[in-house]
Write a protein that binds this ligand. Sequence first.
Ligand code: NZQ
Ligand code: ZN
Length: 390
Amino acid sequence: MQGNFSYYNPTKLYFGDESLNYLKDELKNFGPVVLLNYGGGSVKRNGIYDHVTAILKEAGKTIVENPGVMSNPTLEKLHEGVKIARENNVDFILALGGGSVCDYSKGVAASVFYDGDYWDMFWLNQQNPPVGQKILPVGCILTMAGTGSEMNGGCVITDAEKTFKVGHVFDERLMPKFSILNPKFTMTVPDNQMKAGIYDIMNHIMEQYFSDFDNNTSDYLSEGLMRGLITASRIAVKNPQDYEARSNIMWTATWALNTLIGLGKHQDWMVHMIGHSVGAWTHAPHGYCLAAVSMAYYRRAMQPGLAKFVRFAKNVWDINGDGMTDEQIAEAGLDALKNWMLEIGLPLTISEIGATPDMIPGITEGTICYPAGYMDLKPEDVTEILKESM
Ligand code: NZQ
Ligand code: ZN
């Protein structure tokens, strides 16, 4: 363990099938006008909306509704939310949905009191709100497992006009004040989104795991999380109503990206950089975009990161390795990863999710490149990875 770090995560979590009971008490901590952000209607169809609005009304809150937060929320929708929050003097933002709604709520919360071009400041220039700026508090009722947005400062927004998707990780002021995680709420998530979420979780862990060669506590935690996720995913894909598997997936998602397992590590995140650009062009679920470029990326990273890929093969996939070279062991680990992805039904190519060869220059251009993990990718390498992923 060699890196320097500080650790602070202020989000309070309520987990389990009774966790919504705690909303009433949490609401006492915030002002009377609540901006309720939610997505395209799943929360109305499965009844969660009715439960939540009843609790809000019972607590005497004024509800300002902002429906229609789309998957991969857009800049245009961000502007709309900021306007609604300003016009209604909102005191508190309640996100009711998946990672998109949670991310979006943080974006609105950061921007409402920013006196300037918030898109330029927070996303294009990757700055945090100035010290002393008022920020609306955010609470989150999560309905889908995957992003970890419920316990981090991440906020990914798509500029649809420019076909550019970019995330900013805000400081702890934007982390949700509380998050309610009821695995039962995830039972109605469509099959493709459940699988996309599972791979998003796996890839968050891999992005942090595949960097450095020191003996790092974070890597041991990551290996445990990956093993648990693989086991739970196999059960959930066969029986999506399995509460234990769905709850393990939900809890793993939170720990995969609440900053803990990245501590003391350089981290990678290039699969996410490429995947975000693929998402801006295809509008496919986030986790699918990651899955579709992963094999080409990791096969390329294997040689410079060989020792870690050997460890991945042995400790995550139980590759015995007797009589094999390091390259053979590492390749067997990547084959095991690929077989698991096939087994649970993930796309392994970008053509499966709607990308066409003419998009490759645009996807390359939209990919933010920096030295990361075991490689320092240049745009021409991204183009190669995309071609190999077709
Ligand atoms: O809009 P509704 O009707 O609610 O439907 C949603 C949406 O279509 C549906 N859904 C969610 N919960 C449901 C449900 N349907 C039925 N029952 C439920 N209980 O699922 C669809 C996908 O939801 P979404 O929130 O878009 O998915 P996800 O949680 O994967 O979030 C994706 C967004 O998060 C960003 C992604 O880039 C993407 O924009 N990310 C955020 C991160 C962070 N904050 O740290 C990190 C990630 O790497 C990621 O980039
Ligand atoms: Zn992700």
